[in-house]
Design a protein around this ligand. Structure first.
Ligand SMILES: Cc1cc2nc3c(=O)[nH]c(=O)nc-3n(C[C@H](O)[C@H](O)[C@H](O)COP(=O)(O)OP(=O)(O)OC[C@H]3O[C@@H](n4cnc5c(N)ncnc54)[C@H](O)[C@@H]3O)c2cc1C
Ligand SMILES: *[C@@H]1O[C@H](CO)[C@@H](O)[C@H](O)[C@H]1NC(C)=O
Ligand SMILES: *[C@@H]1O[C@H](CO)[C@@H](O)[C@H](O)[C@H]1NC(C)=O
Ligand SMILES: *[C@@H]1O[C@H](CO)[C@@H](O)[C@H](O)[C@H]1NC(C)=O
Ligand SMILES: *[C@@H]1O[C@H](CO)[C@@H](O)[C@H](O)[C@H]1NC(C)=O
Ligand SMILES: *[C@@H]1O[C@H](CO)[C@@H](O)[C@H](O)[C@H]1NC(C)=O
Ligand SMILES: *[C@@H]1O[C@H](CO)[C@@H](O)[C@H](O)[C@H]1NC(C)=O
Ligand SMILES: *[C@@H]1O[C@H](CO)[C@@H](O)[C@H](O)[C@H]1NC(C)=O
Length: 507
């Protein structure tokens, strides 16, 4: 199986390079050569096996089309610092840091004609029981990190699907099954070993750099390359969960249960769901719910219990180890061989209005139907995830020192929406991006009305969630602290190394 996969990679690579015309600049080639001299055996060039496997290991197949000038695999922080120091000598050379490669936005964890700094050799987690701190490296996937911590009966606030990458997830906020108990993943981080834009290594924490310690929680990759996160650990034992799939006849009942679940955090923070409304070609719409309960059995009363009474077509929920749950949640997503887009939107929970989800479904279905109804798009699918963000999560963020997103305990209950599509052909990229844009533009027009219905006045605080966003969304501009954070970024990165030479979300 592995060998076949590699052959497929090679075939794809050879086909693609046959079409490519652009070439890296002379200074980019020179920067790669300097890195190769400074760090022997870490750099690979196009056509070399390590280059090929790294550039083919992106979750969205669209990113496998990008061709860096070279790929470098540093093994520790000082090697990353050496690379950044060399990049400072070449002001017109672009680069990108890649951890898991799960961000589907082209040019974020990938780079055309630049230097790709692949962090896969800087991975794994260790635990210090004396301090209850976990030391988590960015390069692997959540399956590894959670597995490394499990023998100690602890975990960190992390991914819900085990295949997801660690570095990007933690820097862009991170919503978790454990968020109603402890906040976003970033909120539990207390230290960041970071290679700064000038190539120096700083161990950022609240005592040495209080401003950066807030900025690092949700700003993405703009302040430096993080090689280790120090994270407060939390106890974990057997958990209950898995997915259930429902047919269209349960839609209204499920929306009511979702609506009642959103403010549930305060009542039962151990319960979590991802509610996924799926549209696929040639099949009836289905709803998939990923359930989680931090205990070996779910409660028999309350908002989660209300969901569990609804008859499902498929039921894979049961008690198990947390690592088993994350493995099985992630396994189907690992098989998705498609181009993928994410787009995000944040809506308020409107206590008196239960019809919002059906209204969104209808609009979404009408916009994507023209694309999905075409038999040529047989493997395409689109979905909306509803992720409850009770104000309790903001309370945890505030209690843990605050984050860049500006979440606080006085915020309303909200939902983070993720609009996702997957499709096969590069020629359809713009069409599909436009479909999801059309839906968020429509949502924008509904917000003032929903805010009024929720008693929030005409505007309320609805920041975008970076991990689910499309590259053209002004995520940082939606943050309360935008102006101050932008000034801090400019102070730390006066030459604009990260601002103008690496992809990702910017202030
Ligand atoms: C199947 C699936 C499930 C998901 N589930 C969740 C979920 O439950 N909760 C959630 O919050 N999100 C979720 N996401 C979104 C996910 O968190 C983001 O895609 C995230 O960016 C993935 O992290 P990564 O390490 O793979 O990022 P990459 O794609 O490697 O990088 C993303 C960005 O971060 C930068 N970056 C990466 N590592 C570093 C570093 N060490 N230092 C500096 N910059 C860095 C990159 O340059 C890039 O701009 C999911 C995504 C997928 C595909
Ligand atoms: C990083 O790795 C290099 C090469 O093995 C080694 O020489 C160096 O001492 C390491 N640096 C640190 C800080 O561990
Ligand atoms: C983890 O929990 C199990 C089951 O309760 C127990 O047997 C084991 O000793 C615990 N391990 C540690 C390191 O506490
Ligand atoms: C819910 O909001 C929609 C607008 O999105 C509105 O048409 C409807 O009347 C509202 N329902 C209630 C019960 O307020
Ligand atoms: C996508 O939308 C943009 C802006 O409205 C438009 O210029 C472009 O033609 C659209 N592309 C496709 C393929 O629909
Ligand atoms: C993003 O939003 C901020 C705050 O509203 C604004 O100042 C900035 O110009 C916006 N950036 C872009 C690229 O639109
Ligand atoms: C590098 O940048 C950091 C962060 O701004 C700063 O603290 C440090 O003094 C700088 N180092 C040098 C040598 O300029
Ligand atoms: C470098 O990246 C920036 C944006 O990230 C882009 O505008 C620019 O064209 C790129 N430069 C090169 C030489 O590719």
């Amino acid at each position: 199986m592995v060998a076949l996969g590699l052959l497929a990679c090679l075939a794809h690579f050879v086909l693609f390079t046959g079409h490519t015309t652009a070439a890296p600049s002379a200074s980019t080639t020179k920067a790669c050569q300097d890195i190769d001299s400074a760090l022997p055996d870490r750099l690979s060039w196009p056509l070399e096996l390590l280059y090929i496997t790294e550039t083919q290991e992106y979750w969205s197949t669209a990113l496998r089309d990008l061709r860096p000038a070279c790929v470098v695999h540093p093994i520790n922080t000082s090697e990353v610092a050496t690379i950044v120091q060399i990049l400072n000598n070449y002001p017109d050379v672009n680069f990108s840091a890649k951890s898991g490669g799960h961000d589907p936005n082209p040019g974020h964890g990938s780079v055309q004609d630049g230097v790709l700094i692949a962090l896969r050799k800087i991975s794994g987690a260790t635990y210090d029981a004396e301090t209850n701190l976990a030391y988590v490296k960015p390069g692997g996937e959540w399956n590894d990190v959670i597995g490394d911590l499990e023998p100690y009966n602890v975990t960190v606030v992390g991914g819900r699907l085990g295949i997801v990458g660690v570095g990007g997830y933690l820097l862009q906020g991170g919503i978790s099954f454990l968020s109603a108990q402890y906040g976003l993943a970033a909120d539990s981080i207390v230290g960041w070993d970071t290679v700064m834009p000038n190539g120096s290594i700083i161990n950022v924490d609240a005592s040495t750099r209080p401003d950066l310690a807030v900025a690092m929680k949700g700003s993405g990759s703009q302040f430096g390359i993080v090689t280790q996160f120090t994270i407060e650990a939390h106890p974990i034992g057997e958990v209950w969960g898995g997915l259930r799939i429902y047919d269209d006849t349960q839609r209204e009942t499920l929306y009511t249960a979702l609506h009642n679940f959103v403010p549930n955090g305060a009542e039962d923070p151990k319960a979590a769901i991802i509610f996924t409304d799926v549209l696929a070609v040639g099949s009836i719409p289905v709803i998939i719910i990923y359930y989680f309960y931090d205990g070996s059995a779910p409660p028999t009363t309350g908002a989660l219990a209300q969901f569990l009474e609804i008859p499902a077509l498929v039921d894979q929920t049961f008690p198990r180890k947390y690592t088993d749950l994350l493995q099985s949640n992630g396994a189907p997503a690992a098989l998705l061989m498609s181009r993928v887009s994410f787009r995000t939107f944040t809506i308020p929970h409107v206590p008196e209005n239960t019809s919002i989800y059906a209204e969104i479904h209808q609009y979404w279905a009408s916009v994507v139907s023209k694309y999905l109804d075409n038999p040529l798009h047989a493997t395409a699918q689109c979905s909306i995830d509803y992720q409850p963000v009770p104000s309790l999560i903001g309370q945890h963020s505030q209690d843990r020192g605050g984050n860049a997103i500006g979440l606080s305990g006085s915020d309303p209950n909200r939902l983070f929406l993720e609009l996702q599509c997957s499709w096969a052909s590069a020629g359809d990229d713009d069409t599909v991006y436009n479909l999801t844009r059309e839906v968020t533009e429509w949502l924008e027009t509904k917000i003032p009305e929903w805010n009024v219905q929720a008693g929030l006045g005409e505007s309320s605080y609805l920041p975008y969630f970076m991990n689910d966003a499309m590259g053209d969304q002004n995520v940082t501009g939606s943050y309360r602290g935008y102006v101050g954070l932008k000034a801090l970024q400019q102070e730390v990165d006066p030459q604009g190394l990260f601002r103008s030479r690496a992809g990702g979300f910017k202030y």
